[in-house]
Design a protein around this ligand. Structure first.
Ligand SMILES: *[C@@H]1O[C@H](CO)[C@@H](O)[C@H](O)[C@H]1NC(C)=O
Ligand SMILES: *[C@@H]1O[C@H](CO)[C@@H](O)[C@H](O)[C@H]1NC(C)=O
Ligand SMILES: *[C@@H]1O[C@H](CO)[C@@H](O)[C@H](O)[C@H]1NC(C)=O
Ligand SMILES: *[C@@H]1O[C@H](CO)[C@@H](O)[C@H](O)[C@H]1NC(C)=O
Ligand SMILES: *[C@@H]1O[C@H](CO)[C@@H](O)[C@H](O)[C@H]1NC(C)=O
Ligand SMILES: *[C@@H]1O[C@H](CO)[C@@H](O)[C@H](O)[C@H]1NC(C)=O
Ligand SMILES: *[C@@H]1O[C@H](CO)[C@@H](O)[C@H](O)[C@H]1NC(C)=O
Ligand SMILES: *[C@@H]1O[C@H](CO)[C@@H](O)[C@H](O)[C@H]1NC(C)=O
Ligand SMILES: *[C@@H]1O[C@H](CO)[C@@H](O)[C@H](O)[C@H]1NC(C)=O
Ligand SMILES: *[C@@H]1O[C@H](CO)[C@@H](O)[C@H](O)[C@H]1NC(C)=O
Ligand SMILES: *[C@@H]1O[C@H](CO)[C@@H](O)[C@H](O)[C@H]1NC(C)=O
Length: 837
């Protein structure tokens, strides 16, 4: 039906070449023409639905037809025989874009003016772009997209479909509606974008732009940007069909710093793999085991903070029976669920040299997923490892599913340069409350005590006596003090050992710079710590590496160990123990091994025990069999001096002090004397002689101290041996304290305490150089537009898109308000009129 009244409208339309004329009240006449220079086709054809009862025809040049194809350079007049052609016909506009020969058009594709001239039919615009084998094409969607299942429809009936090619096979990437999270899609080599609009939708712009990029080395890359809480459902290519064989597809998620993302697989199937394994791989900020590899059947990661990647990797499928590899998954972004959003203030404003580091506890490496765990400064910059510097108040918060995954390490330097001023000064080594209030457990608090060399030493005095951690008597308190001093040179730190409450050590004097580390093992340390502070006093210099003051009691045996047990006492070093013995008791000094492994290269290693009252001395060579248990009736010294041992034959000694009542022992001695003690008396006399004779030489650490014969049995055979004589130096004794031994000495080497600035994880937009598209690209179809159409003209002067890293999407810096300028007309609808009549 419907007449044609062209008289008036035709000339105008003719001049425009392309356009439509609407007849008021009747059928409408349209003139559609295409310039020959652009590879665009327009096709009008029946819709997929069965034609309604009342047929409708397409009339062109007076003939009835059901299909019409307009090619570049064509011009056609047409009208419909019915009033509702949208119920019968659809229109398809296809543009082929070759970015291999020419640069890709930049900016957003425009639909206007063409769209206003099309007959009101359901319209499909297709952009078929090719970039060449070693390039990719990036689509940017202004209104982010939401992926929908195959066959689903969008509420506004506006649908985007993206597909690509592997060889000659088309791969469907997905179908999308507006208002989602997908902001960019990168496709290797070529991409086809289809935009379907209902017949009444005359939107001016396609809503997306295209740019060519360097190779992405995978099928495609999809970027999903979350601006707040929300979720996105995404699917593998070809879903619900088979994901292309042996392909890789990556999704990148941009998550606001204060939120967390969790991935769950809604549906998946594995194919029958011949080679390789189908899997997903994650790049998760803060993970130590990136890429995190998962099977599809595994529980997927949750509670991730920060931007992350997910890649789907296919396998070589069995050609006979490939099966179906597919995945549909959901990313849920929400506020941290079970976690305080509390801000803690760490006040270091009164500190001058105290650095607080909050860092992840080391975890056993494994394939197990570890969600992100962050410390945030001022709630803004979050990092996995944060060091707070002295002289300021810091406000921190945590983004972490489990704060037990973090710990705090503190290093405080107390240094003295003027020995006149510092002499006899004391410092209490206390953990400030600003550290104890944190919800993260304190691991180590290290005090680095620096004193002028050869001027002052240090005395460490605990509030309660300490015990030394040994294999024979464990420290199982909630905390220990680890003591290490600076040795003669770099790498020669001396580890004195680990000490906890409940022993006999009253004081530890150390010759030089020392690091005292409070190491905690259980949260209950806070309670126990209050009664067990350590005071350090600067005292006059002395020769020994260390002097221990030990006051045993009868309740338990005291085990003592030479410093640096693991590596042996350093060459020529000496250590002393001042062991007190109550007047009514007698102390027995017993070695737990029969002999040392020591072999001296130069000098001699010896032990002198000296009765502090009688000054009687006993000297024992340590290169040989160790003496048996010896009794001491008064306070006595145990002084040990090392030689220069041959390597691997170090000096390490473990001895034990126990007390018994003196009366008992007197009886024992009496019995011994009566029972044939003449020989013994003789022996004793001999010992005293020997000792006296050699006293003068003994302090000489250098060569000739070789007179003492360790084989002489200087012992009164008093008690049966209480200890197995072959105490093997069992290396298997493992206890956290000992394992970490030498790690503290290094603190001393670097005296300025320089800390590397904590890494700050920020999202950096990329702004590298442009790759494929020369910036000065003049859009061919914008040159001489006709009068009415000039309004849609594109400006050639848009900023080039940038691309610095082939595998990620670029985030151009916020546009400077020239959005409109970056738009590109879809079709060169406004091609100059001269091609027409
Ligand atoms: C035009 O597009 C078709 C596909 O629609 C393509 O085969 C042809 O090579 C293109 N021609 C030019 C000159 O780009
Ligand atoms: C046009 O699209 C609408 C929905 O988008 C549909 O209901 C209608 O059948 C379509 N028309 C044709 C001819 O396909
Ligand atoms: C997208 O959001 C805009 C603004 O909120 C709304 O007008 C439009 O209808 C939405 N479209 C879809 C498909 O949800
Ligand atoms: C895919 O996996 C689902 C379970 O996730 C199963 O029910 C379904 O049968 C599988 N489909 C195919 C084609 O293997
Ligand atoms: C995504 O993966 C690429 C490697 O494929 C990596 O370079 C990039 O840093 C990852 N991005 C994020 C946010 O993890
Ligand atoms: C977090 O969850 C644990 C148990 O899963 C609960 O004991 C704890 O109180 C929760 N913390 C917060 C801040 O809700
Ligand atoms: C912290 O939590 C409270 C209560 O749960 C909430 O009102 C507040 O907005 C949260 N603050 C932040 C910064 O998320
Ligand atoms: C060590 O543990 C044992 C047994 O678990 C206990 O009897 C003893 O009191 C603990 N010692 C300390 C110092 O906590
Ligand atoms: C040895 O220890 C005792 C007991 O603690 C003490 O009285 C004495 O002064 C100490 N001797 C030296 C030289 O430090
Ligand atoms: C043992 O060492 C202490 C402390 O250095 C010292 O006072 C004492 O004289 C030494 N005794 C002998 C016999 O060397
Ligand atoms: C945290 O940073 C500090 C200082 O830069 C560094 O010493 C420490 O090794 C880091 N910890 C971790 C777990 O990376």
């Amino acid at each position: 039906m419907g007449g044609l009244s062209c008289g008036l409208t035709l000339p105008l339309l003719g001049a425009l070449l392309l356009g439509a004329a609407r007849q008021p009240g009747g059928a409408e006449a349209y003139i559609l023409g295409l310039p020959p220079t652009l590879n665009i086709t327009i096709e009008i054809k029946p819709g997929l639905l069965p034609l309604p009862a009342n047929p409708c025809y397409l009339l062109t040049t007076g003939k009835r037809t059901s299909k019409l194809l307009i090619k570049p350079g064509d011009r056609m007049e047409l009208l419909f025989s019915c009033h509702n052609p949208e119920a019968h016909f659809v229109i398809e506009v296809k543009r082929y874009i070759d970015c291999t020969a020419n640069p890709c058009p930049l900016g957003e594709f425009q639909l206007r003016p063409l769209i206003a001239m099309l007959p009101p039919l359901n319209r499909t615009f297709t952009w078929d772009a090719h970039a060449g084998k070693s390039a990719s094409l990036e689509l940017g969607f202004r209104l982010r997209l939401r992926q929908i299942g195959h066959g689903d429809s969008c509420p506004d009936r506006v649908t985007y479909t993206v597909s690509g090619n592997i060889g000659a096979t088309e791969v469907r990437i997905g179908t999308f509606c507006s208002n989602g999270t997908v902001s960019r899609i990168k496709m290797q080599e070529s991409v086809k974008v289809t935009l379907q609009l209902p017949w009444f939708d005359n939107r001016p712009s396609s809503g997306f732009s295209m740019a060519s990029r360097s190779s992405i080395k995978r099928l495609c890359f999809i970027e999903s940007v979350f601006e707040g809480e929300g979720s996105a459902t995404l699917m593998s290519a070809n879903y619900p069909g088979n994901f292309p064989e042996d392909e890789l597809m990556t999704w990148q998620f941009v998550i606001p710093p204060h939120l967390r993302a969790s991935v769950s697989f809604l549906q998946f199937n594995n194919s029958n793999c011949e080679k390789k394994e189908e899997r997903v791989e994650y790049y998760i900020p803060g993970s130590t085991t990136n890429p995190e590899v998962f099977k599809l059947a595994d529980k997927q990661p949750g509670n991730m903070a920060g931007n992350f990647n997910l890649s789907l990797q296919g396998c070589d499928q069995d050609a006979q029976n490939p099966g179906t590899f597919r995945l549909k998954f959901q990313v849920l972004v929400q506020s941290p669920q079970n976690e305080s959003n509390v801000t803690y203030e760490v006040d270091l404003s009164n500190e001058r040299a105290m650095f607080v580091t909050i860092e992840p506890r080391p975890v056993r490496l494994g394939r197990r997923f570890v969600p992100g765990c962050f410390v945030c400064l001022e709630s803004r910059t979050c990092s996995t490892n944060l060091t707070l510097a002295p002289g300021a108040r810091h406000r921190i918060s945590f983004l972490c599913d489990d704060l037990a995954r973090l710990w705090v390490n503190v290093e405080k330097t107390i240094s003295c340069t003027d020995h006149h001023y510092c002499h006899r000064r004391s410092y209490s080594l206390q953990v400030p409350s600003t550290i104890l209030q944190l919800p993260v457990q304190l691991h180590d608090f290290s005090w680095k005590l620096l004193v002028p060399k050869d001027r002052l030493g240090l005395a460490l005095v605990p509030a309660q006596k300490l015990q030394q951690h040994t294999q024979e008597r464990f420290c199982n308190a909630s905390f220990s003090y680890l003591v290490a001093s600076a040795g003669a040179g770099p790498g020669q730190d001396l580890y004195f050992g680990s000490f906890c409450a409940g022993g006999a050590i009253e004081q530890i004097q150390v010759k030089q710079n020392v690091v005292v580390t409070l190491r905690t093992f259980a949260p209950s340390f806070q309670r126990e710590l209050s009664g067990q502070t350590l005071t350090v006093t600067l005292i006059p210099h002395f020769k020994e590496e260390g002097i221990f003051t030990v006051t045993p009691d009868m309740k338990s045996k005291v085990y003592l160990m030479t410093p640096h047990r693991e590596r042996g006492l350093p060459p020529l070093a000496s250590v002393s123990w001042n062991i007190s013995v109550p007047s009514d008791q007698v102390a027995y000094l017993t070695f737990l091994r029969e002999r040392t492994d020591l072999v001296c290269q130069t000098g001699r290693a010896f032990m002198i025990t000296q009765d502090q009252r009688t000054k009687a001395e006993q000297v024992v060579s340590l290169e040989d069999v160790l003496p048996k248990s010896s009794p001491h009736h008064h306070n006595f010294w145990v002084n040990i001096s090392n030689c220069s041992p041959v390597s691997g034959k170090q000096l390490d000694l473990l001895f034990q002090v126990s007390l018994t009542w003196r009366t008992l022992n007197m009886t024992a001695i009496l019995i011994a004397v009566v029972g044939g003690g003449a020989l013994l008396l003789l022996a004793l006399g001999l010992i005293i002689c020997l000792v006296k004779k050699n006293r003068k030489k003994k302090m000489n650490k250098g060569p000739a101290v070789g007179i003492y014969n360790g084989n002489i049995n200087t012992q009164i055979p008093m008690q049966p041996k209480k200890f197995p004589n072959a105490q093997k130096d069992n290396d298997a004794h493992v206890y956290a304290v000992i394992d970490d031994t030498m790690v503290y000495g290094h603190l001393l080497q670097d005296s300025n305490g320089s800390f590397v600035q904590p890494e700050v994880d920020t999202y950096r937009p990329f702004q590298g150089p442009t790759d494929d598209c020369p910036p000065s690209f003049l859009i061919p179809y914008s040159k001489v537009p006709t009068v009415k159409l000039t309004t849609e003209e594109s400006s050639p002067g848009f900023p080039p898109e940038t691309d610095s890293e082939p595998y990620t999407f670029s985030h151009p810096s916020k546009r400077n308000g020239n959005d409109a300028n970056t738009d590109v007309p879809l079709l060169d609808a406004h091609e100059p009129a001269e091609t027409g009549e």
